[in-house]
Write a protein that binds this ligand. Sequence first.
Ligand SMILES: NC(=O)c1ccc[n+]([C@@H]2O[C@H](COP(=O)([O-])OP(=O)(O)OC[C@H]3O[C@@H](n4cnc5c(N)ncnc54)[C@H](O)[C@@H]3O)[C@@H](O)[C@H]2O)c1
Length: 303
Amino acid sequence: MQDLRGKVAVVTGGGGGIGRALGERFLAEGMQVVLADIDAPLLERTVDELRGRHGDSVLGVPTDVSLLDSVEALRDATVAAFGTAHLVCNNAGIPSGSDGALWEHHVNDWRWALDVNVLGVIHGINVFVPLLLAQGDGHVVNTSSSNGTFAPLSNSTVYATTKSAVTTITECLWGQLRTIDSPVQASLMLPSTRTPGALDTGIWRPGRNRPERYERPGQAPTEGRDALTPFVEQLERHGQELVFAPIEEVAEITLEGILADRFWIYLPGERSAATIDARAASMREGRDPDYLVAPSPWNVPKT
Ligand SMILES: NC(=O)c1ccc[n+]([C@@H]2O[C@H](COP(=O)([O-])OP(=O)(O)OC[C@H]3O[C@@H](n4cnc5c(N)ncnc54)[C@H](O)[C@@H]3O)[C@@H](O)[C@H]2O)c1
C-alpha cells in the first residue's frame, strides 16, 4: 500500500500503547482512523485528544475483539463513518497475567489470552478480509511478538503460545493471498525500536482489562497487578537496568513496512538473529532446545 492519504485505517487496542501510536502515525499520513478498544474510558480520552488535532478524521469504537459480533459492529461503524476500511491492524493483545510454572496456570488465564490474542486476530481477519478482497485493495497488519515468533520465553508460556499462533495465522494469510494473486497484503509486526529499550505500555499491568468471565475462582485476582515493579527489581538484582524507548519508533517502523509491502515488520538485530539461529540449529540437527534455558535479560530466573 503506497498511498495512504484519504484511506481508512482500523486499529484494535487503539486506546493506548502501541495501537494509539499507530493511530497517531496514520493520522499524520492523512488517513482516517478508527480506534477500537475494550477500555471505553481510555478510548474516549484518546479520541477526544486526537480530535483536537485531527477533527472528524478519528473515530473511537468500543470493541471487545474476543467477541465476533463486537468486531462485526466495529466494521459496520467504520463503513458507516468512512465508507470502507483499507488498513486493518489487529493489534489488541494482553499479557495473560500468568508467568512461571505453566502447570500451575489457571485455565481461565489460557482462555482469556487465547480469546483476545488469537481469536481477536481471527475475528479481525474473518470480518475485514472479505471487504478488502471485494474492493481489491487493503492491508492487514497483525501484531505478534518476538516472544513466540523467534522462540518462546519459556517463563511466559501463555503469552508466547498466543503470539506463536498469531505468527502462524499471518504466515498462512500471506501465503493464501499470494496464492490467489490478490492485491491485498498481510504483514506481521513485531514491535521494535531503533533506540534500545522496552516499551512503556499497558502490557506491564496484566489484568487491567480482564472481563469477569475469565476470573480465577480461588486464586488471587490479577486485576491491577503491577508487573513492572517486580521486573525492575529482578533486573536490578542481576545488575541490569530497565530503559524505555520512544513508542513512536514502533509506529514509524510499522509505517515503513506497510509502505514497502513487507511481510516481516521489525528491526532485525543481533539478539533476534542469535535466537533464530539457535532454534533453527536445534531443529535441523535434532538437538535439545537449550536456548530455552539460556539466561536472558527478558527471561530472568526467579530469585
Ligand atoms: N509492549 C511491548 O513490549 C510489546 C512487545 C511485543 C508485542 N506487543 C503486543 O503489542 C500489542 C499492543 O500492546 P501494548 O504493549 O501497546 O499494550 P497496551 O496494553 O498498552 O495496549 C493494548 C490495548 O488493547 C486493549 N485491549 C485489551 N483487551 C482487548 C479486547 N478484548 N478488545 C479490544 N481491545 C482490547 C487494551 O485496553 C489496550 O488499550 C499487543 O498485541 C501486545 O501483545 C507488545
